[in-house]
Design a protein. Structure first.
Lengths: 110, 112
């Protein structure tokens, strides 16, 4: 089992460009989420989903879109990247209370 | 919204010394979880506490949930270099299980 996978591992974007961060899981968990991690600020919830077709906003949703068409995949879209979105992004799934994190995507926006 | 703060932000200890990180929530939590993130890695679940005043141990790690369920602590006895990393507490917002707020984290450095 791969668990939670994320692609790409690293990405550099120019301001205004768009991209999609991919997240996939093979644990058949209904709950999936996206966090961003910035120095000194812990992990902040961007969006989450409790099942296919159901998504909701977290603490910092502005500038990000998500959709959940399958149980396995939960992509995060940046429509127009800004330098403030430079961060490390983690996708996670949850069974009961324990969250399983992917390896992360390090994004730099110049 | 719910805020979860941790102190200290950074801690350097000599190998063999003890270490404690404290977690404080602005709201009462139904449960609290602790995660460890090694440098360059991703957060890994350590434990969950649910009951008021609950204390759980994992080898040299002792976790405690406050009586009012608004604070928690993680104590490591006789630190080792393998303990290096950032420790996060996390709690669900509003009593549900969907929105989980993470603390600001405590970065532990162990000097051999």
């Amino acid at each position: 089992n791969a668990g939670v996978t994320q692609t790409p591992k690293f990405q550099v974007l120019k301001t205004g460009q768009s991209m999609t961060l991919q997240c996939a899981q093979d644990m058949n968990h209904e709950y999936m989420s996206w966090y961003r991690q910035d120095p000194g600020m812990g992990l902040r919830l961007i969006h989450y989903s409790v099942g296919a077709g159901i998504t909701d906003q977290g603490e910092v949703p502005n500038g990000y879109n998500v959709s959940r068409s399958t149980t396995e995949d939960f992509p995060l879209r940046l429509l127009s990247a800004a330098p403030s979105q430079t961060s490390v992004y983690f996708c996670a799934t949850k069974a009961d209370y324990e969250q399983y994190f992917g390896p992360g995507t390090r994004l730099t926006v110049t | 919204g719910q805020q979860v703060m941790q102190i200290p932000q950074y801690q350097h200890v000599q190998e063999g010394e003890d270490f404690t990180t404290y977690c404080n929530s602005s709201t009462t939590l139904s449960n609290i979880q602790w995660y460890k993130q090694r440098p360059g890695g991703h957060p890994v679940f350590l434990i969950q506490l649910v009951k008021s005043g609950e204390v759980k141990k994992q080898k040299r790690l002792t976790f405690q949930f406050g009586e009012a369920k608004k604070n928690s602590s993680l104590h490591i006895t006789a630190t080792q270099t393998t303990d290096v990393g950032t420790y996060f507490c996390a709690g669900p917002e509003g009593g549900g299980y969907q929105k989980v707020t993470f603390g600001t984290g405590t970065k532990l450095q162990v000097i051999p």
